[in-house]
Each structure stands twice: as C-alpha cells, then as structure tokens.
Design a protein around this ligand. Sequence first.
Ligand code: 7RM
Length: 665
Amino acid sequence: MSSKSSSIESVLTENRSFPPPEAFAKAARVGSLAEYEGLYARAERDPEGFWAEQAAELAWARPWSQVLEWKLPDARWFVGGALNASVSCVDRHAASWRKNKAAILFEGEPGDTRVITYGQLHREVCRAANALTALGIRAGDFVAIYLPMIPEAAIAMLACARIGAPHTIVFGGFSSEALADRIGDCKAKAVITADGGWRRGAIVPLKDNVDHALAGTTVEHVIVVERCKNQVAWTSRDRWWHDVVDTASPAHEPVAFDSEHPLFSLYTSGTTGKPKGILHTTGGYLTCAAYTTKLVFDLRDDDVFWCTADIGWVTGHSYVVYGPLANGATVMMYEGAPNAPRTRAFTSGRDPGAGLDRFWDVIERWGVTVFYTAPTAIRAFMKWGDQHPAAHDLSSLRLLGSVGEPINPEAWMWYRKEIGGDRCPIVDTWWQTETGSIMISPLPGATPTKPGSATRPLPGISIDIVNKDGVPVGPNQGGFLVITRPWPSMLRTIYGDHERFRTTYFGEIEGCYFAGDGARRDADGYIWIMGRVDDVINVAGHRLSTMEVESALVSHPKVAEAAVVGRPDDLKGQAIVAFVTPRSGFIGDDALAKELREHVAKHIGALARPEEIRFADALPKTRSGKIMRRLLREVASGSTARGDTTTLEDQGVLEKLAQSFAHDD
Ligand code: 7RM
C-alpha cells in the first residue's frame, strides 16, 4: 500500500466518536407527507423568501441586496452577494470540529486507498489554488479538467472555484477530439490531467489524449497528476502536479466572487451534433446543490455517501463534490469500473474473484450508508446475478438513490430487495445538467414511493405538464415537462451561444423552461417521466414512445435491458426494432424473440409488436447510462455513417452490433 493510505477501520471509529449531528439544516429533515406539503406550499407562497433561507446556509462574504432579478430567460440570483464556493465546501469545515472528519474516502481500481480529512482537503485545495495562480491562471480563465475519479479531481475543481477560474470537466472516457472541441469552445488556458487512469485493469492514456488534443489551442499549461506511472511524452508546457502543487504553500486567502460569477461549464449533447456548454454560476448553483443534498439524502455526520457518478457528469459535480462537501459530509470516491476486481496486492494475496461484486465489496468495506447510482448500472447488476450482492454484508446502507433515466419497476424492485434488503427507501431523482440539481424526488421517510415514479417536485420547484400551447394537461395525460418559475441553479446560458439557450429552453413553450422530457402526472400528483420527447417512433401514424415499448420488454423476466428504435419502413413509416440483452441464464434465440414480440403485443397492443428483435450482450450507451438510440437507429437501418460517437462509453459495443447485423441478415 502507498504511504498515503490509512486504515478504513480507524477512520470509521473516529467518525463515531464525533459529537452527534448538528446544524445541517434549518429547513430540517422532512418527516411526513404533510410536512413536505406544508414546506412546498410555503415555498410556493414566497419563493424568494424560501430560496433566501436556503442560500443563507452558505458562507457569504457579502450579503445580497436582491434575491432574484428575472427577465425571461435571464436570471440573476442573490444579486450583489459575494462568496467563494470553496469556502463553503472546505474552509468552514476545516475551521470547525470537522477538521479531522473524513471528507473523501478514496479507493482506486487496483485497490489502493486514501482518506482525506477536511483539514487535509483545505491544505490541498489551497496548494492547488496557489499553484494555478503561480502559473498565471486568473479569475475568469477557463481550466479544463480531464482526470480519472481520484481525489485530485475534487481538489482541482475546488481550487479552480477558489481562484474564480471556471472549470470545464471533460469525462476521462472521451476521446482527444471531444476534448479538443471542448477546450476550443471555452478557450481553456490550462488543462489538469493525469498520466493515466485505471479502467478494467487497463490504463486510459489521458496525457496522450491531451497531447493530441492540444494542437492549435489556447492552452498554455498542462498539469499532470502521476497516477499510473505509464510513460508519457513531455513538452515545455507540461508540469507534474507533485512538482507545482505539493511544493506550494498550504495557506491561501480566498477572494469572494460575485454570486453570478461563472463556476463551471459542462458540455452536454443536444439534438444537433455540436455539444452545448451549459454554464452555471456560483451562488445559485451552490445553494441548490447544498439544499437538495440535505433534503433528498438527509446526510448526517456519520454517513458515508457514495454517488457513483464520474465527475465528468453533472451528477458528479453536484453530488460527489459541491453538494455533499457544502454539507460537511463524507463522500466515497471509487476510480474504476463496477466489474473490476482489486489486484492481489490489495487483497492480502487472497483471490480477488472476477470483480462482478466490486460495488458491494466497496460498500461493505467502507460502510457506505447512502448509495446513489443509475438504472443502467442496476440492470447490469441484475444481469450479473443476485449471488454477488448476496455475498456481502450491505447492512450499513440506509438509503438508495437512482438517477439518469426512468427506472423500470422491475429494476426498482430488485434494487429495493437485493440491495436495500427491503429496508432502505429509494429516491428516484429527476434532474438535468441544465437544472444543476435535483428537481423531482421523493423525500425519504416522507413521500410514499411508487416504483418508476420520481414522485413530486422539491419545495421551491414549480413543475407542470403541458401541451405544446403551454396548457396544462389532465391527470394521466402525456405532455411536456416544464418548470414554470426560475430556480437558483438553473443554467444561465449555453456558453458562447445565448440565442441557442433562449430558443432551446425558453422558445418552445411560452413563458417557461422546457426540459425536453415527456411526462404524465397521475391522480395522486405523482410525476412519471416518459423519456426524451425526441425518442418517439411513428408506426402507421401512431406515435409510440420508445420508452413505452422498452418498459414492456424489460417487464419480461428473461430481459435485462432493452432499447427500441424506429427503422424506416415503406409501409408503416417506421418499423420497431428492439435490441435486447437477456438476463443471465437465458439465451436470445428465435423462441425468445417470438415470446417477447407477443409479450409486447399483449402489454401495449399489436401495433407495438416489434418487427424485429436483435439480441446483444450490451447496448451502446453513454457513461451516464443513456442509451444512444441515434446509433442504434443507424445500425438498424443498415447505415454505416456513425456521426458523433464521442459520448459513447464502449466503442466495441457498436462494432459488435454492426457485425451481428451484417452476418445475421
Ligand atoms: C442528472 C442527469 C438529463 C436527462 C433528463 C431525463 C433523464 C434523469 C431521470 C431521468 C427519468 C429520472 N443529467 N433523467 N434522471 N429520467 N427519471 N430520475 O441525468 O443532463 O445527463 O440528463 O436524463 O431524460 O432530461 S443529464
């Protein structure tokens, strides 16, 4: 083990000896549905008063003079206020009894571990801030971060925030072209990367990718964390993190920035090929990240919160770094793949197994109490088999979360039973990169859940479901999900394209924010997200949501996962093609295909019976678990043009699917 690691047991014992939880929340834990409704009503009556109360939980250097200035589509929150995000996330805890509390529990894919207390995090963030400043990075300069899930990722983000340099994180699984596009778009002055990162036992060559991406860019400096000790090329703009950060002073006087100072931009794909740089600002974003973490996950000082998202995704921004740290919580950070075993060097020579239980192993060894992951991961776990979680003691868990796509009821039930042991509430949280923080979610212990529904909006969030004229639709009628009032963590613009921002989000439905999702609200006021409105197939003049057909398929006991697309069809306009991954132990043969076609016909109607069923071991997905239907459409229609595949997690999957098509036909 490296000298940086310390024993897990000692940290957890330390945690238990701290004083009981205190002062997390003035808007305390919500204990019942009536209490939720009361809080919701209060926020509706006085939204600005409500949000001011939430913002007051942060450390402000200068109070705001006005809560909100709103001129659709432009919002300014906490106008005149000034703060430094890293002070709320780090300094105030480091200056309290939490200084020796673990902020980050880290496990690398090989099995190496580190524990970083709030006191240590403070010193590291200060060092990194000093190092960036010494290199000439100033407030307003963009810094690109291209790192694996290692503590330096959080440290780099907070150091950028500390000096007012907005960060743009590019997911480590993205190619050098994707990185170059994003660096070029935000005109980043520096890149923080690593020599490599571990993924399924292999090294992702991050530094090499950066080198390829940098030709003809504005980047002046590259800071490289030594992680895998793989060989890297070196130029005059490169610096080792340990040379510039470890040697810098651990003291740094933070400057306060305007509440509307940009905190970060994060690229997300849109309907056109060009990714959108979603811009978030400081006061409003941090207010909501902190508020929603407190409300939805109800974190206490003895919790270990594990949000499995990579920091390259907005979920990692809000629920690995800004939200939990603003609350003084302990977060778990794991570098690698969910199906990678530790190496023998870290299992005291014991057989590490195949690694299909890695997440449960992490939960057990670190005592994770709150676990937040994506339905796609849950369906993978189902596919790998129940014996893997069953082999571990998961009794430390008290709350489970889901995010990224609608969770099918079967996966929900499996999650509840096999992982939560029927004991843990599940929070199904709906939100977007654009919303910055959770908008719709049950509150544990207050909102009765229904499998597959994100339930009701959080206090302060005004949601409606409307038709294209903006008229609210009735119960159980499908419509567009909109947010009818501004909220502090709303995106402020698409970087460099304010007009696209206006038309995309405020130009579709008069007077409100258009999320791009279809949804319905049931008679109890529960919201059911139906998926992106552009994922619609038209079969013989009937509009079908791909989601609907997929839900029917995954309700079949032999199906682990399904993706449905339309293929041009001379007769019907579009024909339904379903890509299906069977659950372990079942074979995708003609008999199963027939069974599934009938199953869908029975559940939805003959109209929805898939024309064709294609079995595949895996579906092409983004890292956050969103099935890339566009690619499947291309495969299904026999086209070889692939367009932009930079967000695809595993390029191999696509090759396989295309081949299976060519050979089977
Ligand atoms: C956090 C995140 C946003 C899109 C969104 C939805 C889908 C996310 C849920 C969900 C149903 C959920 N940001 N989505 N969460 N659909 N239930 N709980 O995923 O910008 O990457 O994606 O994801 O379609 O519009 S994101």
